[in-house]
Write a protein that binds this ligand. Structure first.
Ligand SMILES: Cc1ncc(COP(=O)(O)O)c(C=O)c1O
Length: 406
């Protein structure tokens, strides 16, 4: 019965073009990768426009050397959860380093690290979203924030994407003890940014706190690479910041930084912190190197290169898409290395993605529920290691495919 029921549901997904496919990378993360799918032979040397390794640190020799050294010094697994015996000196050093980096933006802060951003978001939302709390969440927030909110006991209001007038109207009506505004810093599927100055004004005016998930802003935005909050002109001190370490930092993990009482309470009560094995200490050890690079001259140089590539990609895409607008193609209003090319229905997104695959590019089609119905797209991401030539070849490929799609 169960098998039949699931087969029926899978058929439904297939009919709606919503089946997902497994790709098996045959070489390390980079701008070029050999990949295989379950039903296709290995394709060599695809140009990847889909990883979140924005600064190319997943393959930086110093980071890799540090990872090896971390294993020599600290062995393999942590052996237990943080509060049993798994919390080791590199975990603690990483938390201290991150707390210090953000001390000018988040006063009296502390930092807590997690194995993944998904778990960090579950922790923050479930711990802070108690029954006396009202959560205001942007409709395009990441799935992990949404899942954390679903698991919370808070009353939830969802506001239309970046519509802060709607948000203010909701805040005006609130009679809860505690208000939490929840937003991505850089939205993961569109690449646009939350306006943290406006949100800060609202937080002060309505006695609210702001949870910012800056998974895609951290390391990428700002002179020093501290992300969305570094680029905000009027930032209030009611910020709970989440960042991930598997994207621009090139390894894995996540952190939450906030006032020390908030962090202490998360530490004491968050189930996704307490009931899981601590990450490999070697990862934290290597992250110390990665973050030193990221917030120093090397990171700055790579961010400048990213800006250059982003500008080139956006200009080329704008020209291309203006020729296609009558066919319902548009680009997202991005200000980051994430760029969506919206084609509308699921079938077209899949066709475009497989067409690009055949031409030697890996660019995934993104469909509901990851994006709203009718806004299926391909999602491009850039790394500082891409070249202008990589982008030009991609644009040529897209031009060819758009012609065929008419
Ligand atoms: C905005 C955002 N938040 C959180 C996460 C989850 O982070 P992690 O991959 O470390 O679980 C992701 C993506 O993975 C993301 O895009």
């Amino acid at each position: 019965m169960l098998i039949k029921k699931l087969q029926h549901r899978m058929n439904g997904l297939a009919q709606a073009n919503l089946l997902r496919q497994k790709w098996i990378a045959q070489s390390p993360t980079g701008t070029h990768q050999s990949i295989a799918s379950s039903d296709q032979a290995i394709s060599d040397n695809h140009t990847l426009f889909c990883s979140n390794d924005y600064l190319g640190f997943a393959s930086h020799p110093d980071v890799l050397e540090s990872l090896r050294e971390g294993i020599d010094l600290w062995g393999g697994g942590s052996g237990a959860s943080h509060l049993i015996s798994g919390h080791m000196a590199p975990h603690e050093q990483l938390e201290d380093m991150l707390a210090e980096l953000f001390s000018q933006f988040i006063p009296e802060n502390r930092c807590l690290t997690f194995s993944t951003g998904y778990m960090a978001n579950l922790a923050v939302m479930t711990v802070l979203g108690d029954s006396g709390c009202e959560i205001y969440s942007d409709e395009l927030n990441h799935a992990s924030l949404i899942d954390g909110i679903r698991l919370s006991k808070a009353q939830v209001s969802i506001y239309s994407h970046r519509d802060y007038e709607v948000l203010e109207a909701l805040l005006q009506k609130s009679n809860s003890d505690m208000r939490l505004i929840v937003t991505d810093g850089v939205f993961s599927m569109d690449g646009d940014q939350a306006d943290l100055s406006v949100l800060s004004d609202l937080a002060v005016k309505y006695d609210a706190w702001i949870v910012v998930d800056d998974a895609h802003g951290y390391g990428v935005l700002g002179e020093v690479g501290l992300g969305s909050i570094e680029t905000t002109s009027r930032l209030c001190d009611r910020i709970i910041l989440i960042g991930t370490l598997g994207k621009s930092a090139g390894l894995s993990g996540a952190f939450v930084i906030a006032h020390q009482t908030i962090i202490d309470f998360i530490f004491q009560t968050a189930r996704s912190y307490i009931y899981t094995t601590a990450a490999l200490p070697a990862i934290s050890y290597a992250l110390l190197t990665s973050l030193k690079l990221m917030h120093g001259p090397e990171g700055k140089r790579r961010r400048a290169q990213l800006r250059l590539l982003e500008g080139h990609l956006r200009r080329s895409l704008s020209t291309l898409v203006s020729e296609q607008s009558k066919f319902g193609v548009s680009i997202t209003k991005s200000s980051s290395p994430i760029q969506g090319v919206i084609v509308g229905d699921t079938q077209r997104a899949i066709e475009l993605s497989s067409g690009l695959h055949a031409l030697g590019f890996r660019v995934p089609g993104i469909r509901p529920p990851t994006v709203p119905v009718g806004s299926s797209r391909i999602r491009l991401t850039l790394s500082a290691d891409h070249t202008i030539e990589d982008i030009d070849r991609l644009i040529e490929g897209l031009q060819m495919l758009f012609k065929k799609m008419r």
